[in-house]
Design a protein around this ligand. Structure first.
Ligand SMILES: *Cc1c(COP(=O)(O)O)cnc(C)c1O
Length: 636
């Protein structure tokens, strides 16, 4: 027992597994492991004191910088170690996070790296063209039409270092036509995405392999080579590209893909593609999201990853007698995921009714209920297992009695509460981790209603069952005892993070009417924001950027509040002026209120329309927003 508990306390919520030293637990709070190490709690309270309510998305640019510099330094270390002749270059794939407060921070912190952007659509290309410094690389992937290719020619003539990746022969034909039409001084660089027979692994595996949407087969590669030569574009063909899928947990498929793509590269180079000078290995570098040692998601480190890439390309180049190419990466998840933390207030604990004070015992109770009560009171370490079994047995009988009409709703409520109390007490007393107890613990799990939308803020949890590390931002010096299921505030049953016995989450037993309790979801910076859905019309959380100054203190900037209700409706193309007039007219024409009441209701209505649609919670002892008279949820 001792070692088990010790282990849990040393690594609460698996922080050593997923946090990469970005966060530390200090006393009762989780703090940012940077500069003066402020706690997430104080930052959250700071922002809430400015009047913002609902969920918060915090961005930490210093963590973007850390990821970029780690990526470059690991690859440059491997290059030096293996005496590799090519350079390392990288771009950020915009589809992973296009939000301006992320991209602006990314460009700001990456200035010393010649770091560029990757675009997969016209809108992303416009972000790349306007934000990438002249000279830093831009790569353009995905399906392209004539207009998109023309935009690449425009970028090239602005002086941009831009590479069009050809995903199919048709695109090459369009490039040839656009080139003829533009007849301009510069031509974008050309890359070719290859279709590999080796494929990725995991839930995102479809990006690589023969069934992939993208890339040229061997036959098409030879055809493309000849077309490039015929149309005098061979001198612009400089990159081979592949991408085998995101969140590659296993390093083996990457090595296979590298061997395959490396040999394609060498063959084309030796065939006469002299300008060829770069191998782009795409993204896929994984992130450790797990909070449990037995469920880790990746089997390699960035060091191993970079060593493998550099070593394998060195080997292939040597055996094929070619110069060692520059290595390009388009890692997105690795760069972006750690920078954002979602903080959401807990609104309610659902089984708090299972409390001694909720019992409605009568003068004279049915004998089995009296029996349950006595079992509960007499429960001790020696008799716990026996009494537990007895109580479960009694519960079955009592529920049957209810079905047959012999006991009433109050009796039934007392049954539920007493059995719950007995199970909880037995778990504490026995504490032996047997299967039976674990199953019971599972049954008495607590449901935490949390002020956020899983559809908006954790869409990969909804769509792919991706786990995100979660923990309370306070009380970390107290051992949590409630097996927890998390409910979001959408009225969709999929908005639930269920308690899992093999990946358990325990949270604290708290009274939300007396104290605040916030959960933080980590590693939400990649993919979640733009994939987020407005299910139930919950919009993006309020966001803020946390920057550290020379003194080590933090400042909060770029606050963007969650959209208000009318803006959300406007976004999905409602005529909000019409809605406004309609609501006002209905109040005007109502016959159940007088003029004074009408004015008051109108004032309230307009206030609510200007606020965001997340639930309002009010701090204890804080009267910024007085609790509404009919508040549905406890105001805290
Ligand atoms: C999505 C994508 C990436 C980014 O992948 P990550 O797994 O986020 O690193 C890189 N390149 C291409 C072509 C992509 O489609």
């Amino acid at each position: 027992m001792k070692t088990k508990r010790g282990k849990q306390m040393n690594n609460p919520y698996g922080i050593n597994i997923w946090s990469d030293n970005n966060f530390v637990i200090k006393d009762s709070t989780i703090n940012i492991n940077h500069q003066n190490q402020p706690s997430l709690l104080e930052i959250t309270q700071d922002i809430r004191n400015r009047g913002y309510r609902g969920p918060l998305l915090l961005r930490f640019p210093h963590l973007i910088k850390k990821q970029i510099s780690t990526l470059y330094s690991e690859f440059n270390r491997a290059i030096e170690e293996f005496n590799y002749q090519g350079n390392f270059q990288a771009v950020f794939p915009l589809k992973v996070n296009q939000f301006p407060n992320f991209i602006n921070a990314l460009m700001e912190v990456s200035k010393e790296y010649n770091y560029g952007l990757e675009a997969g659509s016209k809108a992303e290309l416009i972000i790349a063209m306007s934000h990438t410094p002249i000279g830093s690389p831009i790569t353009v992937n995905g399906f392209k039409d004539r207009e998109m290719i023309s935009l690449c020619f425009i970028a090239s003539n602005m002086g941009h270092n831009i590479t069009i990746t050809i995903e199919g022969i048709g695109e090459l034909e369009t490039i040839i036509e656009v080139n003829r039409e533009f007849n301009s001084p510069t031509v974008p660089k050309i890359g070719i995405r290859v279709r590999l027979h080796s494929s990725g692994v995991g839930i995102w595996a479809k990006s690589g392999g023969y069934s992939s949407k993208f890339g040229l087969t061997a036959t098409e590669l030879l055809e493309a080579y000849e077309l490039l030569k015929k149309h005098k574009l061979l001198e612009h063909f400089w990159m081979i590209h592949f991408h085998i899928g995101s969140q590659m947990g296993d390093i083996a498929p990457l090595k296979k893909a590298l061997r395959e793509a490396g040999n394609i590269y060498a063959d084309l180079k030796n065939r006469g593609a002299e300008a060829l000078n770069a191998l782009n290995i795409g993204g896929g570098l994984a992130v450790e999201y797990s909070q449990h040692q037995h469920a880790t998601e990746m089997n390699y480190s960035l060091k191993e990853f970079s060593n493998d890439v550099i070593f394998l390309m060195k080997e292939i180049s040597k055996s094929k007698g070619i110069e060692e190419p520059d290595i390009f990466t388009e890692s997105g998840r690795f760069i972006a995921s750690s920078h954002a933390v979602l903080i959401a207030p807990v609104l309610e604990l659902f089984s708090q009714e299972y409390h001694e004070k909720s019992l409605r015992l009568k003068e004279k109770n049915p004998p089995l209920i009296q029996e349950l009560y006595d079992l509960w009171k007499a429960l001790n370490r020696t008799n716990a297992r026996e009494y537990l079994h007895d109580s479960l047995d009694h519960m079955e009988s009592l529920l049957t009695l209810f079905d047959l009409g012999y006991i009433d709703l109050e009796d039934r409520s007392n049954t539920e509460i007493l059995v719950n109390l007995i199970v909880k007490k037995s778990i504490v007393l026995l504490n032996d981790g047997t299967d039976e107890l674990k199953k019971l613990q599972d049954r008495i799990q607590e449901r935490y209603l949390v002020n956020f939308s899983a559809f908006q803020s954790l869409p990969d949890f909804w769509g792919l069952k991706q786990h995100f590390p979660v923990l309370p931002i306070d009380k970390l010096d107290i051992k949590p005892t409630n097996p927890a299921t998390i409910w979001d505030i959408t009225c969709d049953s999929d908005g639930e993070i269920e308690f899992k016995r093999d990946l358990p989450l325990y949270l604290h037993d708290i009274d939300v009417t007396k104290e605040e309790y916030f959960l933080a979801f980590f590693l939400t910076g990649a993919y979640q924001e733009v994939l987020g859905m407005k299910h139930n019309l919950f919009t993006h959380p309020t966001e803020a950027t946390i920057i550290f100054d020379e003194n080590g203190d933090y400042t909060i900037s770029n606050i963007i509040e969650s959209q208000n209700i009318m803006d959300v409706l406007d976004d999905i193309d409602y005529d909000t002026n019409w809605i406004d007039r309609q609501l006002k007219r209905q109040l005007d024409e109502s016959t159940v209120i007088n003029q004074m009441q009408r004015d008051e209701l109108l004032g309230k209505l307009y206030l609510y329309l200007s606020e965001n649609s997340y639930l309002k919670t009010v701090q204890v002892n804080n009267s910024i927003t007085p609790p509404a008279p009919h508040a549905k949820y406890p105001t805290h």
